[in-house]
Design a protein around this ligand. Structure first.
Ligand code: GCW
Length: 682
């Protein structure tokens, strides 16, 4: 049977390791799971599908524990046996969405208990339990307690109503607007299962470049149909709000957020939306950025705009996620500075149900960026981090890039906002500044492709995003380990090499696209191939020369005090470290500094030689990845093996194109030879 990757990491093929299989079969003998609410039904179905696949058994159901090896599942509310277990203290500690999995004697029998304060918490526990089996863990003495560290774990779909996806590379939008609400594609349920399995609890259905039509009744009916499918899986639906909607669909003359008529319009709109979707999550807004309308059109600021919408949603418990990715018509001396400049003065001015959503870095989802200086700089406002799961700037769904390492690098960065240890993770999980709400947003890489993400390894980015939104402190290595086991194989001979390949894959791309802190050197607008030579576009900050600033003397963007002084936006310890090229981590060197071609790097090589070396290393790494992958032939199903093999060949070709283009282009400035020993670029 062809393996098309549709099942993602929720593959429940029969366990072939006889020892593991036997031990599971003795430990899992009956299911005690009461109730039939939609969420309980989802748990039951997942378990039965999972266990009949993995163990090849149809688990008998009972209403109470009758034998050794019972799986006792539920909340104290829906299960009298669980209520009698006296787990109150542990349950108190895990919050609404957390879960416990414990080996306990119940009615004298060894049982595995999966419990939580809510049915969705139980569902998360069920997925976790299945993962233990998928990854061949010992389940004899379980004592697992897990709760999400962030309250809002959200996918952002940049999906348009015509089903095109902005920066989406895996087919069209999953949402079949034309057929909704009458036809419910079973794929919506599989989408919800996949998200619930990693704890994602919200989805923004529409593009941040918003279309106001989605909040008209004709579409709200369709939105409701999707929300109804997702609800049992703990997933709330959110929409993007087009700021000019009162004018475009409401017939008002203005969208001024301080205008009483505009406020009344949004209040009524919220009332209407909640009639369709009683647990509607709220709005995500891109305003006054890249031509989108916003409060500044009326001389108001971001807080005025966000607060108006927040007030409309507050009676229903909805939130506003207001994006900080802003740049306007005035081309700045340095675009990297604009968000901080506009938002820091507004700290403390936002309503309690507003989160400001900040991209991981200050420019735009580059293969590598230093962390955004807003993190830590708005202590009175809950900040979300926005990651891009879709690989707009990392080779689309053609190049293999395991992005967990990028996410992790950002989350682990120390802002020094409150002294050492003030990491981005602590800012966004709310612990640094004691916020009650917190969140992470990931721009989805999912579409109608059979395997959802185009590249089979794109699935790992969806997966790792969800895992990090649940726990931003978990390591990329641990995530890769479980993902590989669930997706490909438990055999060490597969797990170890694939893990190494994944963990180094993003650095390979940095090297062949934008080493040493270079950034935004892409071909015009499509952001795929190389275009370091791009100039003379409508805006200077849409060109590559604006970012690399190469000339006969040197290369790099000077963001120190003698340049744009973007460094002044970081806290002193970071600022000082990055300001000095000798202490600035070399991966950010040309992000912050314009340096002469003969500047000496840590390796002893000069800047030109070091740059060339990185470009060549990038291509070499791709060749290494190919070698590793080729060695796995026969250990991975033939279909996915061949697919990845072909994609890696394309990637090698394109890595060479990147390397040669950049090296030859920059050579026109450096006027230095390619050091000996490298193959000739052409
Ligand atoms: O990365 C840039 C993209 C735009 C995108 C914008 C944003 C949705 O090139 O396509 O628009 O960022 O994040 O708003």
């Amino acid at each position: 049977q062809a393996e098309d990757g549709y099942r993602l990491w929720l593959r429940y093929d029969k366990i072939t390791n006889a020892q593991v299989l036997t031990s599971y079969k003795t430990s899992i003998t009956e299911l005690v799971l009461l109730g039939n609410s939609p969420t309980v039904t989802a748990s039951r179905k997942e378990l039965q599908t999972g266990l009949s696949g993995l163990l090849g058994i149809q688990l008998p159901e009972a209403t109470t524990v009758t034998r050794e090896g019972a799986l006792l599942i539920g909340t104290p509310e829906n299960s009298p046996v669980i209520a009698s277990l006296n787990l109150t203290t542990s349950l108190q500690a895990i919050g609404k969405e957390g879960f416990l999995i414990q080996t306990l004697k119940v009615q004298g029998k060894n049982s595995t208990v999966i419990t939580a304060n809510s049915e969705v918490g139980v569902l998360y526990g069920v997925f976790h339990f299945l993962k233990l089996l998928q990854t061949h863990q010992n389940i004899q003495k379980l004592a697992i307690q897990s709760s999400p560290k962030l309250t809002h774990r959200i996918l952002n779909h940049w999906d348009n109503l015509d089903r095109t996806v902005e920066r989406g590379y895996a087919g069209f939008s999953l949402w079949e607007w034309h057929k909704l609400p009458g036809y419910i594609d079973p794929r919506y349920t599989d989408y919800a299962r996949a998200n619930a399995s990693i704890g994602i609890n919200g989805t923004v259905l529409t593009n941040v470049n918003a279309n106001a039509l989605v909040i008209t009744p004709a579409y709200l009916e369709k939105v409701k149909a999707l929300a109804d499918v997702f609800r049992p899986y703990g997933i709330k639906v959110y929409l993007t709000a087009r700021f000019s909607a009162p004018v475009e669909i409401g017939g008002l003359k203005t969208a001024d957020p301080l205008d009483p008529g505009v406020k009344a319009w949004w209040n009524a709109k919220a009332d209407e939306i909640y009639k369709y979707v009683p647990d509607f999550g709220g709005f995500l807004v891109k305003a006054n950025s890249e031509g989108q309308p916003g409060p500044q059109n009326y001389g108001r600021n971001h807080a005025d705009g966000a607060n108006m919408l927040a007030d409309a949603l507050a009676p229903y418990g909805g939130i506003v996620m207001w994006r900080a990715f802003v740049y306007d018509n005035k081309v700045p001396d340095d675009r990297a500075k604009q968000a901080y400049t506009e938002f820091v003065p507004l700290d403390g001015k936002f309503r309690d149900n507003v989160l400001v959503q900040v991209k991981n870095g200050p420019v735009d989802f580059q293969p590598r960026e230093p962390f955004h200086p807003l993190f830590g700089a708005m202590p009175k406002t809950p900040l979300m981090v926005e990651f891009q799961i879709t690989q707009e700037y990392l080779g689309f769904s053609t190049h293999l890039a395991y992005l967990s390492t990028l996410f992790e690098e950002c989350l682990d960065s120390d802002t020094y906002a409150k002294g050492p240890g003030s990491t981005v993770a602590k800012v966004i999980d709310g612990s640094l500044h004691a916020h009650k709400i917190s969140g992470m947003a990931g721009v989805a890489n999912i579409g109608t492709d059979r395997n959802w993400t185009g590249h089979p390894f794109g699935q790992a980015n969806w997966y790792s995003y969800g895992r990090l939104a649940w726990d931003p402190y978990v390591s990329s290595e641990a995530i890769a380990d479980e993902w590989i086991k669930m997706t490909f194989s438990n055999e060490a001979a597969v797990v170890n090499p694939v893990k190494q390949l994944m963990l180094h894959s993003r650095e390979a791309i940095v090297n062949y696209m934008m080493p040493l802190g270079l950034h935004h050197l892409f071909g015009w607008d499509h952001h795929y191939g190389p275009g370091p030579w791009i100039k003379n576009k409508p805006r200077a900050d849409w060109t590559s020369v604006y970012y690399h600033q190469a000339d006969s003397l040197g290369i790099g963007f000077n963001r120190t005090v003698s340049g744009s002084n973007a460094l002044s936006q970081y806290f002193p310890v970071v600022r000082e470290k990055f300001s000095n090229p000798k202490t600035c981590p070399e991966e950010y060197l040309l992000w912050f500094h314009h340096l002469p071609w003969d500047y000496t790097l840590k390796s002893g090589k000069n800047l030109w030689e070091g740059l060339v070396q990185h470009y060549y290393m990038g291509v070499d790494s791709v060749r290494g990845m190919q070698k590793t992958w080729n060695s796995l032939e026969g250990k991975i199903d033939a279909d996915r093996f061949a697919q990845v093999q072909q994609l890696l060949k394309v990637q090698e070709k394109e890595a060479i194109l990147w390397r040669n283009s950049c090296v030859l282009y920059f050579q026109t400035f450096s006027r230095r030879p390619i050091p000996a020993g490298y193959e000739k670029p052409d």
